[in-house]
Write a protein that binds this ligand. Sequence first.
Ligand SMILES: C[S@@+](CC[C@H](N)C(=O)[O-])C[C@H]1O[C@@H](n2cnc3c(N)ncnc32)[C@H](O)[C@@H]1O
Length: 353
Amino acid sequence: MKKINKIFKKSKSIALDTYLEKVLYDKSFGYYQKKNPFGINGDFVTAPNISNVFCEMISIWLISFWENLGKPKKINFVELGPGNGDFCLALLKTIKNFSEFGKCLNIMLYEKSEKLIKIQKNRIISEKVSWIKNLDKIKKGPVVFFGNEFLDALPIKQFRKINNHIYEKYAYLNKNKIDFIFKKAQKIQVSKLKNYELLHGNGIIEYPEYGFKELNIVCSKIKKLNGGALFIDYGYKTENNIDTLQSVMKHKFNDIKKNIGNADITSLVNFSLYKKYFNSNGLLVEDIISQSKFLQKMGILERIRIAGNKMGKKEKQDLYSRVHRLINPNMMGRDFKVIFTKNKNCNFSLAFK
Ligand SMILES: C[S@@+](CC[C@H](N)C(=O)[O-])C[C@H]1O[C@@H](n2cnc3c(N)ncnc32)[C@H](O)[C@@H]1O
């Protein structure tokens, strides 16, 4: 707690997103800087941890996009927030079966956590892969960005409307414990909420200012160099003005004010808002679809049927139950959604139509 107290040295309260940035990424106590949170011994599992076939479907989608772009001699693929590196390892394995594409592919990993970069570098040994700290380093296109559970990990702001005035959520120390208060929001923040038509409902208004800042450069690279960005995450399409911040530790929900630096904190992604954001940045989003639809359109069921033919009973059962978890609407199939943004003149829409 002593280390955490330091973040309130300069001012007694800090905006929610600044606070989240510190508790997740501060070099000395940030959650992602000291833990490997993935897998049964960690705090949560993600789709690439659950099954390689998830990664195969994304890899096949990427190869099809490359074909649609006219098979350019070089294509940059940037994974945003690669976690423990499972996706990248599976992609490298898949491209062994697609040598023409493999020769053209250049992979860049964009990761904020030093601890995770170390883990990734230990696991991923390939001359095709490099790590970048700044997306501006990407000078040549086309470029395809991909983030699985990247958007939900980015800090958000929260606001509330009280008697027609807008207030922003701040974190502060209350008798040595973290607590939250609402303070009058700055005019500039209110006008951003207005621009995105977020002020009509009552309750909590969530705004991913940090996420938009991260994606500004993604949008400008797509416009300039051609390509697109695919994001998969849990979230919603219709706003209902609820507080979606959640904390998880050892696979269980955790009180957001407790175990700071030892528990993950995320929020649900407002997909319609991201769609508006991409459209207002000159890109195109045709549809937001469920993970279940995406994976099935990409042929995941045929893939496991063929793979299952070569497997023993136990192995086959394991594969089927993992894929069931990914596509069943009551598990990850519906709550996880997929958004793809691209240039307005791009006609690639595999899995979305
Ligand atoms: C929930 S994990 C998902 C990891 C991985 N994509 C997966 O599906 O297993 C979020 C990842 O995004 C990274 N991350 C969060 N904010 C970031 C940022 N601003 N820049 C780069 N990486 C970031 C985290 O460190 C972590 O690797």
